[in-house]
Design a binder for this molecule. Structure first.
Ligand code: NAI
Length: 335
């Protein structure tokens, strides 16, 4: 049997290494492109059977049509979220779409916790001060996490992992999700309405997928009912937050702390070195000016364990699709 020809887009060195080191990589013919998949680059997959894509690759109807015409049969996402794929179009075109439903959810939950702890105890500022011989504590005042009310929006793999971590800190945990996870209620977490969660909690962390219902979940109206000085954490998808409303919330002190690993317009910026360029995104640049905003560039997933798992599951999706032994629960558009 001929090996499936796989075109990997947005391929960083660490992606290539984690794939090449996996034994299943010998069962595919891999071509990698550092560039993102979009209308300008789609023609690069001329020889491919499978396109391996990441979070900011564009997979709208026009691009999927282009892929189909070029002979691609399978879009293998090497991530969990699939908000960047027009799944209706893929279905219409008969293109299979697979993903990695859960790879080290603890990795992302631990990163959300790192954002909470850093924003609170300001270790990033303390590090710089102490290196400069400045041991003044003014401006570094934090709060004790123990006993604080923390709201977790979306209690799937990652949200549930965060609930488990926070329960170790002795937080009072409020959850909102259309589905109740009984195991979490056994740890002492309470499911509540979204409004109660938003209005009660000192810290709110977002872990639901981006879709039509959750788009701009955090907006002027939802911010209005939150506590003054609330800490908001988003490691899920940028589109969950109306960035303009959040900037207003920071200016009026409604938001006391903002931790972001994702940003609505991140595809223009994240995963690349722009340090010697002039960044043109004024909204992002405004966010960066606030002393109480901490942004990381979509690195929640970025642990050695998660990379190995992503490579293994993605390769298994590709090989099993090619050999007809498909693990259907990993396909968002079924073959
Ligand atoms: P999951 O599918 O296991 O859980 C999502 C949960 O959200 C489900 O329980 C679902 O019922 C719930 N949900 C759906 N719509 C909701 C809504 N409107 N309000 C509240 N809850 C809602 O997904 P998982 O693995 O926990 O990932 C969550 C998100 O994290 C992904 O969609 C992805 O966008 C993001 N992610 C970010 C990464 C990073 O590196 N920063 C890495 C991996 C995922």
């Amino acid at each position: 049997m001929t090996l499936p020809r796989v075109a990997m887009f947005s391929a960083q060195q660490y992606d290539i290494e984690s794939f090449r080191q996996h034994p299943l990589c010998q069962q595919i013919e891999l071509t990698t492109f550092a560039t993102q998949l979009d209308h300008k680059t789609v023609s690069l997959c001329q020889q491919a059977d499978v396109v391996c894509a990441f979070v900011n690759d564009e997979l709208d109807r026009a691009i999927l049509q282009h892929l189909k015409i070029q002979g691609v049969t399978h879009v293998a996402l090497r991530c969990a979220g699939f908000n960047n794929v027009d799944t209706d179009a893929a279905n219409d075109l008969g293109l299979a779409v697979s993903r990695v439903p859960a790879y080290s959810p603890e990795a992302v939950a631990e990163h959300a916790l790192a954002l909470i702890m850093t924003l609170n105890r300001k270790t990033h500022k303390a590090y710089n001060r102490v290196r400069e011989g400045n041991f003044n504590l003014n401006g570094l005042l934090g709060f004790t996490l123990h006993g604080k009310k923390v709201g977790v929006v979306g209690t799937g793999h990652i949200g549930a992992a965060l609930v488990r971590l926070l329960s170790g800190f002795g937080c009072e945990i409020y959850c909102y999700d259309p589905y109740t996870d009984e195991k979490l209620t056994e740890t002492g977490a309470t499911y509540t309405s979204l409004n109660t969660l938003l209005s009660e909690c000192h810290i709110i962390s977002l872990h639901c997928p981006l879709n039509e219902q959750s788009y701009h979940l955090i907006n002027e109206q939802s911010l209005a009912i939150m506590r003054d000085g609330v800490m908001l954490i988003n490691t899920s998808r940028g589109g969950l937050i109306d960035t303009h409303a959040v900037i207003k919330g920071l200016k009026t002190h409604k938001i006391g702390y903002l931790g972001l690993d994702v940003y609505e317009m991140e595809s223009e910026l994240f995963f690349h070195d722009h340090s010697s360029e002039i960044i043109q995104d004024d909204v992002f640049e405004r966010l960066q000016t606030f002393h109480n905003v901490l942004i990381t560039g979509h690195q929640g997933f970025f642990t050695a364990e998660a990379l190995t798992q992503i490579a293994g599951v993605t390769l298994d999706n590709i090989v099993s699709w090619h050999t007809g032994k498909v693990s259907k629960e990993r396909f968002v558009v079924k073959p």
